[in-house]
Design a protein around this ligand. Structure first.
Ligand code: SF4
Ligand code: SF4
Length: 120
């Protein structure tokens, strides 16, 4: 039932779905590059984030992420392997210690608008 709802919503709004995926990919490139400079890199990742990603992927996109192994099954030395639109909170997350670049802020505003459009 949920899968059919997602497919119908995305079929009705392919532009919104595709643009959301692109915007999440671009913003994740920004946060990935910043978090890669931390010591250790990506140290804000935690199991709850992976669980949230798994849940969002399933309910919003009908995608089943692999269970994987270990505490952080999706994290590699070069960052997370989950497509950014399937892990929206992680893709957007940046600690208050880091000043986000202007492009990050532009993308975040666009994502908020597109998510509202997708789910209205
Ligand atoms: S969110 Fe901040 S503290 Fe966490 S890994 Fe990224 S830059 Fe480092
Ligand atoms: S970015 Fe990836 S590895 Fe890190 S918490 Fe989120 S889903 Fe897990």
């Amino acid at each position: 039932m949920r899968q059919r709802e997602n497919e119908q919503a995305d079929k009705a709004m392919p532009r919104v779905r595709d643009r959301l995926a692109s915007a999440y990919a671009e913003i994740a490139d920004i946060t990935r590059a910043i978090c890669a400079t931390c010591d250790p890199p990506y140290h804000c990742c935690e199991r709850a984030g992976c669980d949230q990603a798994r849940s969002w992927a399933k309910h919003a996109y009908s995608v089943a992420l692999a269970e994987g192994e270990g505490e952080l099954p999706f994290l590699t030395e070069t960052g997370c392997t989950v497509e950014p639109h399937l892990r929206p909170l992680c893709a957007l997350f940046l600690c208050p210690d880091r000043e986000p670049p202007l492009r990050y802020l532009e993308l975040k505003m666009e994502i908020v608008r597109l998510e509202a459009e997708r789910w209205r």
